[in-house]
Design a protein around this ligand. Sequence first.
Ligand code: PEP
Ligand code: MG
Length: 334
Amino acid sequence: ERQRLGKLRRLPAVTTDGELVELQANLEIPAELPLIAQAGAQGIGLLRSEFLFMNREDLPDEDDQFAAYAPIVAAMNGDPITIRVLDWGGEKDMQALAAGIESQHAGPNPALGLRGIRMLLKRPELLEEQFAAILRVAAQAPEGAVRVMLPMVTVPEEVKAAREIYERVAKRVRRRGEKLPEKLPELGAMIETPGAALAADAIALEADFFAIGTNDLAMYTLAVDRGEADVAHLYDPLHPAVLRLMQFATEAALRLRMPVSVCGEMAGNPRLVPLLLGLGIRCLSMNASAIPRVKQAVRALDIGDCARFARRVMEQSDPARIRELVDGFATGVT
Ligand code: PEP
Ligand code: MG
């Protein structure tokens, strides 16, 4: 089995009818880099930058951040890397920031409070340093290889406001004499709240790409905390509400020919690949360890079958029935 999966590494993630699917890795800490190469990932679809801010009592400055990204960009050898700016808040506790922010802003419900892009727009100096570091590191990769992504977006204005800061930072860094890419790296939005999913057509006008974060999307849609054992049984990414939101957001992107990926846990589950491909998704980012099995699933699928299957699933309104359909289809494939 191990050997078979090892051989898979060199084979493309292509369906039986010749459709290429991009399989990328999520990176949480730099120590995972060797795993990414081993797994045969085509780049990093979600670089969670929170590690930069963890286990320290002061904030990393622009140079610290640049120094942390540079070896990752070098190791990826020109493969695409999507760097997500800091997603602080919710369950993500960070000492260095907590001192400055939590005391002022700890609300009754952190998951619904100053999280992700909301916090960064409230503290634009944090966003500016991150953008500056990312822009500098992007200059060390081939044009277009590095992309920048905003977490926890709920309204188009957040992307617009972030882009204004982004362009201003680029000008300033360039004036400072730093080498920057000719064309600014693409700036995308995570679709991980029901509000963002249902306003995806409006957000698409401001963003260069979408990444659907199914972990938070399921949590916020079903009002189930990801870390709460008592309600864990209600956490179900196959709930029709979650799937309908994913479908709406995906179709908004596809209409505009805008890149869209899925980067939550769902993307790493081979049994869910037929449904995701059927919905029109062609880029999945997951834990590196999941890539071989997902690739195996992709290579056994036909896009037409997946599309028909997804249509059947999307006609259902009962979560249990959806699970039955998904399990039934998967038994034939994985
Ligand atoms: C998600 O919410 O699905 C996601 C990919 O982001 P994170 O898990 O880092 O919140
Ligand atoms: Mg998230």
